[in-house]
Design a protein around this ligand. Sequence first.
Ligand code: GTP
Ligand code: MG
Length: 198
Amino acid sequence: MEIKTAEFVISNTDVKKCPEGQLPEYAFIGRSNVGKSSLINMLTNRNKLAMTSSTPGKTQLINHYIVNNNWYLVDLPGYGYAKMGKSGKEKLKTIIEDYILLRENLTAVFVLIDCRLRPQQIDLEFMEWLGESEIPFSIVFTKSDKLSAKQLKENTDAYKNRLLEDWEELPPVFITSSDKREGRDELLDYIEEINKSI
Ligand code: GTP
Ligand code: MG
């Protein structure tokens, strides 16, 4: 899919204030610092569309971006940033959960996973919650440039095997690097297919 335009629309903490209408919407979620905002910039070819930072906890709002004037990309706050404190983390959790459960035009959720890490409880629990809530999702491994091809395969295979302990089948899996622009075509093709089908 060709990206002709990508524009910021609105930021907020309240799902009821998100843009009205029925355009398909794709949300990126994952631990703080996993690379959600960077991925949005990579997909849209816009360096500074979503704000990124090497300090975790940068994105604290639900951010809507409209692409080609006919679908939304959504950058969500990261979960599980330890330094945020318990009440801060709870607040973000509520924002994320309300958004996911109540946003009617939410078309697909992408759970981002840092390919360098072993499966983390917080991510596995989040996916379990999505399953219980009957929200289908895909997995996007990020920062593939940080590993050798061999390590990358080992880590992602191990991750898939861990998932198969909890799930009967694997969700769609994408491997990406925002630095190397890897996985861009695959993700955009996937989104395009869904857009065409609705
Ligand atoms: P929060 O908004 O805090 O939840 O973080 P985020 O998930 O939006 O992460 P962000 O995109 O801000 O990236 C966090 C850090 O990881 C930044 O320093 C990025 O430059 C770096 N980063 C993101 N994607 C990649 C990647 O594909 N490769 C490499 N090497 N670094 C990346
Ligand atoms: Mg961010």
